[in-house]
Design a protein around this ligand. Structure first.
Ligand code: PRT
Ligand code: MG
Length: 227
């Protein structure tokens, strides 16, 4: 049995990039193109989890968005793209984060039912029940404000929690705000702006610098022209 080593599966010299399906994959494609790399299969239609590119030395792993930092940290991927929201929850251990790619942009916010008086709840120092996937970010935010919270960890569909009385508030990422509006929720406080970052395995950065650097440079140049 082979166990992944610190420098990863790609010890033969190839590069492995970890991406999640959906907006991060879509927004990373033009950056890859700017480095001369074309992904040869579409993850929405292919069942493959390791996708080839036009460069035999570069392959793309398709993983859950929140798993990207873990693959890169352990060297199973040399580099990856992950949202700041995901990186804050992961902690960033073992990861070098050289570039803000300005893609998959959104914001992390607090939202409540339309009728809930958030300002007075916070002022009165009552314990606030907050449901979220982003427990570290939420804990830090409310600690900074001096607000006592009971955090309820969820893995998705946070918007449902206030509707059914599971929580008073949620902490979630918001982009158009359409999902909040459709559920009669109101964004009551912005915590931070979010965008996706390039993350690189620290060992790969040293051992594969020659292969990685031109790609990092191309990503850096291309991302400066993004939103
Ligand atoms: O979906 P899955 O559970 O696999 O994981 P994920 O939600 O973490 O992955 P994915 O691919 O949906 O998101 C990847 C990254 O994109 C996140 O880590 C964020 O950094 C970023 N991003 C940008 C977003 C959004 N915009 C966004 N709108 N992530 C999630 N959303 C959600 C939002 O929470 C809401 O439920 O999309 C829904 C629609 O948003 P509105 O405001 O446009 O209605
Ligand atoms: Mg999602």
């Amino acid at each position: 049995m082979t166990i992944t080593t610190k420098t990863g599966n790609s010890a033969e010299g190839g590069l492995i990039l970890a991406l999640s399906k959906g907006r991060i994959f879509e927004d990373t494609l033009p950056l890859l193109e700017s480095a001369g790399i074309t992904v040869l299969e579409n993850p929405e239609s292919s069942r493959k989890l390791i996708l080839p590119t036009n460069d035999p030395g570069v392959r793309v792993l398709i993983v859950r968005a929140s798993d990207v930092p873990t693959y890169v940290q352990h060297g199973a991927a040399d580099f990856g793209v992950a949202g700041k929201d995901v990186l804050l929850e992961h902690g960033g251990e073992g990861l070098y984060q050289p570039i803000d790619l300005h893609i998959a942009s959104c914001r992390m916010s607090v939202a409540t039912n339309a009728g809930f008086d958030y300002e007075s709840a916070v002022r009165q120092g009552a314990r606030l029940r907050v449901a979220t996937k982003f427990v570290n970010t939420a804990r830090e935010h409310f600690a900074r404000k001096g607000v006592h919270v009971d955090l309820i960890k969820l893995y998705g569909s946070m918007e449902l929690a206030p509707l059914v009385g599971l929580s008073d508030a949620i902490v979630d990422v918001v982009s158009t705000g359409g999902t909040l509006r459709a559920n009669n929720l109101v964004e009551v406080e912005k915590i931070m702006d979010i965008s996706s970052r390039l993350v690189v395995n620290q060992a790969a950065l040293k051992l594969k610098r020659e292969r990685l650097q031109p790609i990092l440079d191309a990503f850096e140049r291309a991302s400066q022209t993004q939103g």
